[in-house]
Design a binder for this molecule. Structure first.
Ligand code: C5P
Length: 205
């Protein structure tokens, strides 16, 4: 069984994907972490996020970065959003995501293009969303918990600019697959969102 979970930043898709993986006893891949790991390489090397060529070189040796606390920092988030528009970067990360989705027994993957590009034949597809204001409030709380405080207005503006970049790019833009089911988490707490996600997945099986 393959479950695809897509949605914008701070929509709750990661929490929901982990909860689904636990509930259905499936391995989980956070595909955003791959793009962040590329961004972290580039940042550490002082590479230019405006160069597709340099971004592709940063796609090597990602494993060590995947647990790095800097992965969630603002500069890395910004670079991740910029380098994810490059077709050659997306191509370099495609195989490992497809292989993960194709493993025996199935998997849960979350990202922006799981239902549209990585696993279009997934058994269940959720498009998780929430209002920009709710997402910004969540991100502010998250940053505080990580001791990286951010101002609400700055965080909201960053989210909106990343939404525009994710939705507006030519290759694999963030968009709801025609057969995906929308889960709006704006007015749900974590337990409610988890229960609703399980119900919507079961409905699709
Ligand atoms: O989901 P997360 O915010 O961690 O993703 C980081 C960045 O990686 C996003 O801003 C998005 O541009 C990019 N991304 C993507 N495709 C995916 C997952 C993430 O383009 N499947």
């Amino acid at each position: 069984m393959v479950i695809a979970v897509d949605g914008p930043a701070a929509s709750g898709k990661g929490t929901i994907a982990r909860a689904l993986a636990m509930h259905f006893d499936l391995p989980h891949m956070d595909t955003g972490a791959l793009y962040r790991a590329v961004a972290l390489n580039l940042w550490r090397w002082g590479g230019d996020p405006g160069s597709e060529f340099e971004a592709v070189r940063a796609c090597e040796d990602l494993a060590a970065n995947l647990d790095d606390p800097e992965l969630r920092s603002e500069p890395v988030s910004e670079i991740a959003s910029r380098i994810s528009v490059y077709p050659a970067v997306r191509e370099a990360l495609l195989r490992r995501q497809r292989d993960f989705a194709a493993q025996d027994g199935g998997a849960v993957l979350d990202g922006r293009d799981i239902a549209t590009v990585i696993a279009p034949d997934a058994d269940a597809k959720l498009f998780v969303t929430a209002s920009a204001e709710v997402r910004a409030q969540r991100r502010v709380r998250e940053l505080l918990e990580r001791d990286m405080p951010g101002h609400y207005d700055d965080v909201l503006n960053d989210l909106l600019s990343r939404d525009r970049r994710d939705s507006g790019r030519d290759t694999a833009p963030l968009t709801k697959a025609a057969d995906a089911v929308v889960l709006d988490t704006s007015n749900l707490d974590v337990d409610q969102a988890r229960a609703e996600a399980i119900r919507l997945v079961e409905q699709q099986l």
